[in-house]
Design a protein around this ligand. Structure first.
Ligand SMILES: CC(=O)SCCNC(=O)CCNC(=O)[C@H](O)C(C)(C)COP(=O)(O)OP(=O)(O)OC[C@H]1O[C@@H](n2cnc3c(N)ncnc32)[C@H](O)[C@@H]1OP(=O)(O)O
Ligand SMILES: CC(C)C(=O)C(=O)O
Length: 518
């Protein structure tokens, strides 16, 4: 597809699994990546950037597996401007029914300094690497990293070089979130007008949100002729994140009167994906986040409530059901059965097999015994907990008892199953959580440093579940752990253990491979 054939169709290129995963702490497991890729495909994402295959064996395997399971979506892998990177990328994506190689190099003065290439040498490198990629496959995307801080004449020159060498999509990254809407549009328009061969390729926009303008910049680029938007669910991504998929897709839908472009996204699946990405990445969605925030469809002030009751359009520009938020008419509690739980879970976007339903049902009943009312948020937390504390984990929490109060030191008695064998210890600490974490360290000694410990109440009330997130770092590798429980200390230890289990998986992965220059 190019800019000539389908003028109003904007391709959605999701990079949650690549650029999104680059957020410090957002590391996902192999299974989580496969699950998200399947959900993205079902939602109608045109291109899924599944990872950076040369980065590690784990990344390579995840991209290959996603390529194998894919059907409609194009599966794309990222590679530097190096033959070995590109070969490795192709080895991973080639299993897809529709595959894409994405190769990039930083072209701005700062990046030319880093790679130590003159303008001429860089042009040669681009020509050689894109030609190499094109000899392997016919769907090639090329990106001039930091395009928005690059001299315009040089940008035209490198884009022309990539097109001549066989690139079929030219992606223009605003790598550091530096541009603004008018400039974003002018840049795409200038490239389309000036670069020979521009009408034969699809122009794409890839924006970061450092100044909060990623969505506006992406839409401005579309108005100027870009027909692919690169984005992530919940805007997950490095620093302030990437363009949020749900924002650009819903903006194009709600304001189709002034932006007459369409995407292939089934918007009713947005909320489910948002929840899954938040749970898997450990990055909670802020309450007032556009489209998917908890408050996006809530009205508390009297005049707003009055207006919405008389005519919902008074204060709502989209319908909750358009993004998959359903009316809450099944009250869940300790007397509810499996049929109600299955229906409720389906409404919340979780399709459960009979075995999963039985497992979740047991946990649901245990929760209902401890908690008066079960809200949707409790069930979502329960599902996240089921996914993060799996039976096959190396370390499992078996028993925890803490002694706390005004007289210290606080104490924790902890039993962990490690590789199937139970180990118990007593530890003290400055507070019950500290004591319990010390007990974990005694039973499973490690060098990982706790970088972040966060507690959120899932709902209101003193019997509310607490969701705990921890972030840990070992030798530059960052992992997050999450868990929920009505007991905050139990949730804390389970989240800590969840992070350690992820670290164990990461340790098992072999070292990154190195890239040769062409
Ligand atoms: C804006 C973006 O999102 S770009 C994508 C960023 N994502 C990532 O970096 C995540 C995956 N990265 C990795 O796992 C590692 O960086 C690897 C495996 C790719 C490389 O690891 P290492 O070989 O140890 O190199 P290291 O990360 O220290 O440095 C990057 C090297 O790539 C070079 N490089 C960076 N971008 C490019 C490029 N597009 N094309 C060619 N070379 C590049 C740098 O100049 C540096 O080269 P040097 O080692 O000769 O100085
Ligand atoms: C690799 C490119 C597309 C990128 O992620 C960026 O420049 O932000």
């Amino acid at each position: 597809m190019n800019t000539k054939t389908e003028q109003d169709r904007v391709l959605i290129f999701d990079t949650t699994l690549r650029d999104g995963e680059q957020s410090p702490g957002a590391t996902m497991t192999h299974e989580e990546k496969l699950e998200l890729a399947a959900l993205l495909e079902e939602m109608g994402v045109d291109i899924i950037e599944a990872g950076f295959p040369i980065a590690s064996v784990g990344d390579f395997e995840a991209v290959s597996a996603i390529a194998r399971q894919s059907d409609r979506s194009v599966i794309c892998g990222l590679s530097r401007a190096a033959f070995t990177d590109i070969d490795r990328c192709w080895e991973a994506v080639k299993h897809a029914r529709r595959a894409r190689i994405h190769t990039f190099i930083g072209v701005s003065p700062t990046h030319r300094d880093i790679t130590n290439l003159t303008m001429d040498a860089m042009v040669e490198r681009i020509h050689a690497t894109v030609t190499h990629a094109r000899n392997l496959h016919d769907d090639i995307q090329w990106s001039p990293m930091d395009a928005t801080r690059t001299e315009r004449d040089f940008l035209c020159r490198v884009v022309e070089t990539a097109i001549k060498a066989g690139a079929t999509t030219i992606n223009i990254p605003d790598t550091v979130g530096y541009t603004a809407p008018r400039e974003s549009a002018d840049l795409i328009r200038m490239l389309i007008e000036r670069v020979p061969g521009a009408d034969e390729v699809v122009f794409s926009t890839h924006c970061h949100n450092d100044l909060g303008m990623a969505t506006a910049n992406s839409l401005a680029a579309v108005e100027a002729g870009a027909r692919q938007i690169e984005c992530t669910i919940n805007g997950l991504g490095e620093r302030a994140g990437n363009t949020a998929l749900e924002e650009v897709v819903m903006a194009l839908r709600v304001r189709n009167d002034i932006m007459p472009y369409r995407t292939g996204i089934d918007t009713t699946r947005i909320m489910n994906l948002s929840r899954r990405v938040a749970a898997i990445s450990g990055f909670a969605v802020q309450y007032n986040k556009a489209v998917v925030g908890k408050n996006a469809f809530l009205h508390e002030s009297g005049i707003h409530q009055d207006g919405v009751l008389k005519n919902v359009e008074t204060f709502e520009i989209m319908k909750p059901e358009d993004i998959g938020l359903v009316a809450n008419n099944i009250a869940m509690g300790k007397h509810s059965g499996r049929a109600a739980l299955r229906t409720k879970m389906r409404e919340l976007g979780f399709e459960l097999s009979d075995n999963q339903l039985n497992d979740v049902f047991v946990r649901f009943k245990a929760l209902a015994d401890r908690k008066k009312e079960i809200y949707d948020e409790d069930l979502i937390a329960l599902m996240a907990d089921t996914a993060t504390n799996a039976e096959h984990d190396t370390i499992q929490v078996k028993r925890l008892r803490v002694v706390c109060g005004t007289e210290g030191p606080q104490e924790a008695e902890l039993t962990l199953a490690i590789d199937g064998a139970d180990h118990a210890v007593d530890a003290t600490g400055d507070g019950p959580v500290d004591a319990a974490f010390n007990a974990v360290k005694m039973l499973f000694p490690h060098r990982a440093r706790l970088q972040l410990y966060q507690v959120h109440a899932v709902t209101e009330g003193t019997d509310a579940q607490a969701t705990v997130s921890v972030r840990m770092e070992e030798d530059g590798k960052i992992v997050t752990g999450q868990s929920s429980d009505t007991d905050t200390v139990v949730a804390s230890v389970k989240a800590y253990v969840n992070a350690l289990n992820k670290l164990i998986v990461r340790r098992q992965k072999t070292k990154p491979e190195t890239a040769d220059t062409p």
